[in-house]
Design a protein around this ligand. Sequence first.
Ligand code: NAP
Length: 248
Amino acid sequence: MDHVLVVTGGSRGIGAEVAQLGAARGYKVCVNYARNKKAAQAVVDSIRDAGGEAIMAHADVAEEADVKAMFRLVDQELGPVTALVNNAGIIDQSGKVATMTAERINRILAVNVTGSFICAREAARRMSTEHEGEGGAIVNVSSAAARLGSPNEFVDYAASKGAMDTFTIGLAKELAAEGIRVNAVRPGLIDTEIHAAAGDAERVERFRTAVPMQRVGTALEVAEAVLWLLSDSASYVTGSFVDVAGGR
Ligand code: NAP
């Protein structure tokens, strides 16, 4: 059976490392992106250069029609999905809840939460042994923020990750008898471009000393945990969380 991996937000940061490590472990990979086609193409090229198989797929995960089209493309080009990593996620400018508009909050929830639900639904329909699938695994990329709350910075983002955690528990129980495992990783402070997107590129260095290990993590360190949860080495693990946060 072919192993087919869909990585949402596979064009940059943690998702790009998951896509590349997944390809190195034998998955055929779909690299999803929203805006940065060039970055997605670079990930696909690096996978192909290393002898792997990959395609890229544009889809805003908050848009149901985009997501359905992406999974249809994967069916056609790679075969039915056997592994999904719900990694696409956004943050907004750092600030207190008192400054947040409904529009901002809704967009964060739409991408981080609704997007993960829709992608998981499309994947589960194809993976489920109750339909025609052969089982599979889903990993949600949550955040240590779900535990910490991110006060004065991004409580909306933290709450979206809290929702992903509850989603992980519920979906894992729903799908356990259908051959599908569902788990989450909760990264801590990881060196990617997401911090600059919050208008605070220096954040990583400022918070470094709050991490018991006294250093920022790498996207590859998160990808290693994701690939373990997807693998048969984690065959009895579902509804679980792996904190990749340097002890925080
Ligand atoms: P990043 O470097 O900003 O990359 C974000 C990725 O998500 C990009 O590939 C981006 O695509 C994609 N994306 C954004 N909005 C999307 C949408 N609507 N539809 C599809 N794709 C979309 O972020 P990162 O740090 O790697 O974060 C990845 C995940 O880890 C997120 O869920 C984040 O919340 C979580 N996380 C990160 C940290 C950290 O410290 N970095 C800590 C905890 C959790 P484009 O290239 O097209 O823009």
